[in-house]
Design a protein around this ligand. Structure first.
Ligand SMILES: Cc1ncc(COP(=O)(O)O)c(C=O)c1O
Length: 407
């Protein structure tokens, strides 16, 4: 009998690079300083720095537990899917009324993007997807693994800490016809920079005139402005013109359901007939990857979306999260003004959503970590949700020192 090899058959496996965001948290956890502050995490925190379980989620879970008919059968997701489509497209969306939308439940935003990417790689005539530069770090890897080829379009202008609108129009203008374009529906991650409604309209016209295919990523509906409808405007503008698109929705941030992994992928088609064939192929992608999505998170979302009282309660809690973030922006801006920190910091109040792209360089970031125990990704992105009224002065001191002492 052959003896087993002395070494592991996996001995050659190299350690994967650490996730840059999780790496920040690992370093933070090791720091014994009482002043330490973690602005790297991409999850909402309360004023006390704690994760938030929404009251409305607690209520919905209770309701589900009390429901004698609730079971753990393979998921009948029709209700969740319909409600998710209504949430993003609007209750009176013609595309929904005409049955031109197909929606499938996905494993939060990431899983929905992956299913959409894989569907496109198998069934769409163009394999290139254009991503904004910069974008959420998982985008290029998820789409590459799904079988698409990734290119970038200019998005962020470091000089203004705003949108490079001209660069965006030029790059999308020269993309081959049919290319897929990834668009952040609102609260662009990591920059916090969104196009204005007038700029969205120009982007829409360009995309449609070149027959590009928009693929929206909606990870922050309601989180940006506090209004679910306002944050869906970019998407609805593209649905209103009758053209086709994909959209991945996540309930991680706006319902605080991070670990439940609940999201949806919708594809808006030109006819009900095409939509139903597309749906059959989406189901096939899912069946061969993980068969069925989990039921618990989707039941919570459906319970909230279908009940007027719970829905209203959710909008109030969502607005409170968005308002706290806006207030942190204002407080940080005011604190830097009060210190006379050199430079224009108005981007802190202009940028949208959970993240501020501070413009601090990697040297300044590592100075702030070393001297002030403040942790963030090396691109200078800070999560405003990680701040509180108590910690704003410490951050403002650190930024002031960094920009005055480190070039
Ligand atoms: C832009 C963007 N897309 C998608 C996601 C997906 O997150 P999840 O898979 O947890 O829903 C995130 C989360 O941070 C994000 O920022």
């Amino acid at each position: 009998m052959a003896s087993p090899p002395a070494d592991s058959v996996f001995a050659h496996v190299a350690a994967a690079p650490e996730d840059p965001i999780l790496g920040v948290t690992v370093a933070y956890n090791k720091d014994p300083s009482p002043l330490k502050l973690n602005l790297g995490v991409g999850a909402y925190r309360t004023e006390e720095g704690k994760p938030l379980l929404l009251n409305v989620v607690r209520k919905a879970e209770q309701q589900i537990l009390n429901d004698g008919s609730y079971n753990k059968e393979y998921l009948p997701t029709a209700e969740f899917n319909k409600l998710s489509a209504k949430l993003i497209f609007g209750a009176d969306s013609p595309a929904i009324q005409e049955n031109r939308v197909t929606t499938v439940q996905g494993l939060s935003g990431t899983g929905s993007l992956r299913v959409g990417g894989e569907f496109l790689a198998r069934h769409y005539h163009q394999r290139t997807i254009y991503l904004p530069q910069p974008t959420w770090g998982n985008h290029p890897k998820v789409f590459t693994l799904a079988g698409l080829s990734v290119k970038n379009y200019r998005y962020y202008a470091p000089a203004t800490r705003g949108l490079d609108f001209q660069g965006l129009l030029e790059d999308l203008g020269s993309a081959p016809s049919g290319s897929i374009v990834l668009l952040h529906a609102c609260a662009h991650n990591p920059t916090g920079v969104d196009p204005t409604p007038a700029q969205w309209e120009q982007i829409r016209q360009l995309i449609r005139s070149k027959a590009l295919l928009p693929f929206f990523d909606s990870a922050y509906q309601g989180f940006a402005s506090g209004s679910l409808d306002a944050d869906a405007q970019s998407v609805r503008m593209f649905v209103a013109d009758g053209g086709e698109l994909l959209i991945a929705q996540s309930y991680a941030q706006n319902m605080g359901l991070y670990a439940e992994r609940v999201g949806a992928l919708s594809i808006v088609c030109k006819s009900a007939d095409v939509a139903s064939r597309v749906e059959s192929q989406l189901k096939l992608v899912i069946r061969l990857m993980y068969s069925n999505p989990p039921t618990h998170g989707a039941s919570i979302v459906a319970a909230i979306l279908k009940d007027r009282e719970l829905y209203n309660e959710w909008t109030v809690e969502l607005k409170a999260m968005a308002d706290r973030i806006t207030s942190m922006r204002q407080q940080l801006f005011d604190a830097l003004q009060a210190r006379g920190t050199p430079g224009d910091w108005s981007h802190i109040i202009k940028q949208i959503g959970m993240f501020t792209f501070t413009g601090l360089n990697p040297g300044q970031v590592s100075f702030m970590t070393k001297e002030y125990h403040i942790y963030m990704t090396s691109d200078g992105r800070i999560s405003m949700a990680g701040l509180s009224t108590e910690t704003v002065p410490h951050l403002a001191d650190a930024i002031h020192a960094a920009v005055t002492q480190v070039v």
